[in-house]
Write a protein that binds this ligand. Sequence first.
Ligand code: ATP
Ligand code: MG
Length: 383
Amino acid sequence: MDILVLGAGQLARMMSLAGAPLDLNVTAYDVGSGHIIHPLTQQKYSLALAEAIAGCDAITAEFEHIPDDVLTLCDASGKFYPGRQAIKAGGDRSIEKALLQKNGVPCAPWQLITERAHLDTAIESLGKPLVIKTCQAGYDGKGQWRIKDGSDIEQIWSEMQAFLHKGSTDHPHSIIAEQMIPFQREVSVIGARGKDGKVAIYPVTENEHSKGVLTLSIAVPVVESIQQQAVDAFTRLSTELEYVGVLAIEFFEVDGQLMVNEIAPRVHNSGHWTQQGTLCSQFENHMRAVAGLPLGSTEMLGVSAMINVLGQSSIPVDVLSVSGVTSHWYGKTQRPGRKMGHINVVADDRHSLGRKLIELSGYLSDEHYPGVLAMGNVLVNSK
Ligand code: ATP
Ligand code: MG
């Protein structure tokens, strides 16, 4: 079976690696260059997008910022999963917020901003501090501003205005202001929904960020009430969207309650640990779902951690000397802060996972891999 992925980055690459043993062949559409390529070798095929759409058995996406005409073309083929509507909801924060509200899923209080007066009302009604986010085009914390005391408001507004002006009549730009949530933790849930409506949901993952970018994910069992709230949000949203494939939901945890930060209609960085940490990874389950195959088990194989490799030229080979550690390199051109690869760690229990992180911190400096040692100590000292 041939599967076309919109987007040709590391997520398409890992879908390809997961699909091969199932006899699912992945080709990728590089949205930037317009070429159809092989997601592992980057080899170009002399195939136009329309031909690739016509020739494949299923279409999916690895990111949400895809031109609308491409989404429409794919939807018209009748084999695009999770489909245009779901991709739009993940790619525009105002559509996403409306979806959450319609389905009674709690999220951070927010307000739409398209002109200066809205910013003042947002400050008045939501209060400071505020997180301002572009509705379109943001990722890895880009396209965001923080308003703390209000002293830099004019500078922030001029940058916001520049973004708003870049929109067109056909594709207007908008911005939202969100209340800054004083969360205790950030967590996420990843789940797959098949064509028959059956779901396979992974255990909730705890996520650590630095400068708005994910650095570490920790998958150790959470209390039942947290898992339940995450499953409830997943069920509501995936049912509403008649979703097929993997859907990720990021949350803030405040006093035992989950509040959605954002959704991602695709495989997600905070689910990379499932490659070694579960019986069937998020990539395999996504491939299975879009191909119409039965979903695989999300049962955990021990406990796991995932460490992002950001802006580095390689992954230190010494990490492989620690048992239960695997390295995943994406083969991308190095750029400061860019997601270049990740390291997965599997252990029997949280103490053993903590010891492995402490051992790894000997090879992974705190400057480039923030939080590895600190998380190791937290896990070793946990009850
Ligand atoms: P990514 O693509 O990495 O998920 P993103 O660019 O889509 O990032 P968000 O997930 O919305 O952006 O925000 C990045 C991070 O900024 C969050 O993980 C969180 O740490 C912080 N953040 C965002 N919104 C809020 C908020 N309302 N209150 C507090 N912190 C926030
Ligand atoms: Mg996010």
